[in-house]
Write a protein that binds this ligand. Structure first.
Ligand code: ADP
Ligand code: MG
Length: 288
């Protein structure tokens, strides 16, 4: 039988903005020493707007945007949504043979040419040159930069800005008050990640992490001897949510994340993570 105190607090939990799907994990929340947050869509709104378009070659900015958007039409990533929105209905050509390059970008055939839209990390891997100073300056401002490669030649770059959620700062300071370490995990590049982490007072940053490496990063923090929660919204985050002692999914996130989470934040508010821990302590604190 479920102890009365537990069923009462599960009801309380719902009125507090979260749902408990796994009681064992909810109980473990009272011992948390570290909370890992996904960046995009969790600490930030996950709504990217295009801020800069840099055309490197003979290509015009408009042509660059159209060609880039052609490939991004087929992607669900928030970066893709921002680029497609910016291009509007402006004669965006069709794409064939669309493929995603997991954790690094997308590619396809546009008007007979191979077009890739990729991360700075991908360019470094391929040893392709790019104007580093200019790109790093944009990244230090917290912008996410992607590059467009047309037939193996770098054609340009698009910078996008995301909004840090107001609630994120409160979430981090509440967790710090409870003596809990805050960690950020993202596929985005190091400078962009560092900017967001600096704004929020995050203690530890893992950037440029590929989707299939996210769970291993959670394990790395667990191996430092800590009980760990992972908070995320994306399909990419699901293995990390499963690895964590407490997997916390953003309610508005992907179905896969929500189905994997032990706890669901129904109001999509990272601040509610602190309430999860407080309520777990209040419920189980004296039952050890
Ligand atoms: P995150 O969820 O932290 O953004 P992802 O693994 O989804 O991590 O993406 C990591 C990086 O790969 C992005 O920051 C971007 O540079 C690149 N990327 C992923 N998807 C796309 C896309 N559709 N278009 C361009 N770049 C992409
Ligand atoms: Mg995300």
């Amino acid at each position: 039988a479920i102890p009365l105190v537990v069923s009462v607090s599960t009801t309380l939990a719902a009125t507090n903005g979260f749902l408990v799907r796994n009681r064992v994990a909810f109980e473990a929340a009272r011992n948390l020493k570290a909370v890992i947050f996904d960046k995009t869509g969790t600490l930030t709104e996950g709504k990217f707007g295009v801020t800069d378009i840099l055309a490197f070659d003979s290509i015009s900015e408009e042509e660059l945007l159209r060609t880039t958007a052609a490939v991004e039409v087929n992607s669900e990533h928030p970066i893709a949504r921002g680029i497609v929105e910016k291009a509007g209905d402006n004669n965006v050509p069709r794409v064939n043979d669309f493929q995603s390059i997991t954790g690094k970008g997308v590619q396809g055939n546009v008007e007979g040419k191979n077009v890739k839209v990729v991360s700075p990390g991908y360019l470094r891997e391929q040893k392709m040159d790019y104007p580093r100073e200019q790109i790093e300056e944009l990244s230090r401002q917290g912008k996410t930069v992607v590059f467009t490669i047309i037939d193996d030649k770098l054609a340009g770059a698009v910078a996008l800005g995301d909004q840090i959620r107001d609630a994120s700062k409160n979430a981090i300071s509440k967790l710090h008050d409870m003596g809990i370490q805050c960690v950020m995990l993202t596929g985005d590049n190091q400078q962009t990640a560092d900017y967001v982490a600096g704004q929020l007072g995050i203690d530890q940053v893992f950037a440029e992490v590929l989707p299939d490496e996210k769970a291993a990063k959670v394990k790395e923090v667990q191996d430092q001897g800590m009980t760990v929660a992972m908070t995320g919204d994306g399909v990419n985050d699901a293995p990390a949510l499963a690895q964590a002692d407490v997997g916390i999914a953003i309610g508005a996130g992907s179905d896969v994340a929500v189905e994997t989470g032990d706890i669901i934040l129904v109001q999509n508010n990272p601040e509610d993570v602190a309430d999860v821990i407080r309520l777990s302590k209040a419920t189980y604190g004296k039952m050890v």
